[in-house]
Design a protein around this ligand. Structure first.
Ligand SMILES: NC(=O)C1=CN([C@@H]2O[C@H](COP(=O)(O)OP(=O)(O)OC[C@H]3O[C@@H](n4cnc5c(N)ncnc54)[C@H](O)[C@@H]3O)[C@@H](O)[C@H]2O)C=CC1
Ligand SMILES: O=C(O)/C=C/C=C(\O)C(=O)O
Length: 479
């Protein structure tokens, strides 16, 4: 099936008729083509957005809210269709797409549809100077949203929904590896009554289509989620053009387990924080540090549980681990397992590709636990972004804090303890944008979301996102 660009409310082929293959990770087959859109396609999308901007930026907040909530309802009505499409495109279990990805995409629209009706700006009375200042929060204009392949519709809509709610028109590009649900979204937007040109979706490679978006002189803000090196490249192009930038990048997140935690809860959640979505979430706790007094017990129990995870075809309801997203990504993750062995790591379980009958060319890999001899090794420093975690013991709070912070990333950290003072001390000192204590991936969409250091710049979520997608303008009136 051929995917098309969604421009000015219509589906159309790319101007230059350039196409790339779309693979199904569960069997390695090409099941469709997607446009490799050019600068000219992006220009067309931009022009459509520009024409729609006056109307959309003047549309009442109630009406914007109504349309976004309608999109959310239509996504919920089409849950099955979207979940199956997401699973086929990405390789994730259909049960996961149905319980997490698509419901969250719907929540993103509902949340920002409601949030915009509550968003307020400030006023400052200049006492003694007979003046009042008030701040307008105006939409930026035409903004670019670029998203990755791991949580395709979930992250695509996490950007688009606040951008639209704030009154911007959007040129958006999903990952070329997982374009399908973004393609289907256009249909839903039309049905919901989103005016033509308000949202435009162009497909293609990062180096072609993405590059044209970030270089476009009149696309004034870029919201990006993806790899750290791509983020650095985008910043290099966009910063000298004075574009507003939100970059949500990689992570190498510590999962720190103290002996005084609620053990069973920790164990269950640690399996999830290690391997959910085949470990392809920037928030996964990929470095597990365990207090030495419970290290051996944890090691045995954890490995036992991980061995029980079923690697299988994404459509099977009992599959825990589906296929990795692509052949090159599978190779990258396997390379890291080889590096771990070279660095004297011990593979406690997993480490091999899985051959599933009937789907021998799919990209399946066993969930892998590696005991590492120290924290300096490459597998403890570099983002693997697959079903691979490392474990090692620690002796003291200071020691583990140092190791936790000694990476270039700073996205999230998880802490398992019942000691309140330790919780406060460590939460203050962990270099991360998000700290979870006795839980993982518990999300409240109002909270600031993003990282420090090489994990990014800026925050998404709640009013932070609405602030990003608006320009504050101060008006000072003397009376
Ligand atoms: N949120 C996260 O933390 C994510 C991290 N990654 C990490 O990044 C690594 C590489 O994965 P990729 O798929 O190559 O991610 P990527 O960063 O290349 O892709 C993310 C998005 O950026 C676009 N893009 C790529 N080059 C661009 C450019 N020059 N201009 C504008 N847009 C561009 C892509 O087309 C895609 O839509 C992964 O192995 C993983 O370690 C990948 C996906 C999500
Ligand atoms: O917003 C969330 O709940 C999760 C976001 C996850 C990513 O940005 C990622 O994995 O890339």
């Amino acid at each position: 099936m051929n995917i098309k660009n969604y421009i000015n409310g219509d589906y159309q082929n790319p101007i230059h008729d350039h196409w790339i293959d779309n693979h199904n990770p569960s069997n390695g087959e090409v099941y469709g083509k997607i446009p490799n859109s050019s600068k000219e396609d992006v220009e067309q999308a931009y022009q459509a957005a520009k024409s729609a901007f006056r109307l959309w930026s003047n549309t009442t907040l109630e009406e914007r809210s109504r349309i976004l909530i309608k999109i959310s309802e239509l996504l919920e009505e089409n849950l099955d269709r979207f979940a199956k499409a997401e699973s086929k495109d990405n390789g994730k279990p259909v049960t996961l797409a149905k319980s997490v990805d698509i419901p969250r995409a719907a929540s993103n629209f509902r949340f920002f549809g409601n949030a915009i009706t509550q968003f307020a700006s400030e006023s400052h009375e200049s006492v003694g100077q007979n003046a009042i200042n008030y701040t307008l929060r105006q939409p930026i204009g035409i903004v670019g949203c670029i998203s990755p392949w791991n949580l395709p519709l979930y992250l695509f809509t996490w950007k688009i929904a606040p951008a639209l709610a704030a009154g911007n028109c959007v040129v958006a590009k999903p990952s070329e590896v997982t374009p399908m649900t973004a393609y289907l979204l256009g249909e839903i937007c039309n049905k919901a009554g989103l005016p033509k040109g308000v949202l435009n979706i162009v497909h293609g490679l990062g180096t072609t289509t993405g590059q044209a978006i970030i270089e476009h002189p009149d696309i004034k803000a870029i919201s990006f989620t993806g790899g750290t090196s791509t983020g650095a490249h985008i910043a290099k192009i966009a910063a000298p053009m004075f574009k507003k930038l939100s970059l949500e990048l990689g992570g190498k997140n510590p999962n720190i387990i103290f002996a005084d935690c609620d053990y069973n809860d920790m164990l269950e959640t640690t399996v999830r924080s290690s391997f959910a979505n085949q470990g392809q979430i920037c928030l996964c706790g990929s470095r597990i540090f365990v207090e030495v007094s419970i290290y051996d017990k944890f090691k045995n129990d954890f490995v036992e549980k991980v061995k029980q995870l079923k690697v299988g075809h994404p459509s099977q309801p009992d599959t825990n681990i589906g296929a990795l997203v692509s052949k090159p990504h599978l190779e990258k993750v396997k390379d890291y397992i080889a590096i771990a062995k070279d660095e004297n790591g011990t593979v406690l379980c997993g480490g091999n590709e899985v051959n599933i009958k009937g789907y021998e060319n799919g990209y399946y890999l066993e969930p892998t636990v590696i005991e590492v001899p120290n924290d300096e090794c490459r597998v403890n420093q570099e983002e693997i972004f697959g079903p691979v975690v490392t474990i090692m013991p620690f002796n003291t709070e200071d020691e583990v804090l140092q190791m936790a912070n000694k990476v270039k990333y700073g996205l999230s950290a998880t802490l398992w303890t019942n000691n309140l003072k330790r919780t406060m001390r460590m939460s203050n000192q962990l270099q991360a944008g998000i700290v979870w204590v006795n839980t993982w991936m518990m999300r409240d969409l109002r909270t600031p979301f993003g990282g420090v250091k090489a994990s990014g710049v800026g925050r998404e979520g709640g009013f932070e996102a609405l602030r990003f997608f608006t320009e504050p303008k101060n008006v000072c009136i003397k009376y």
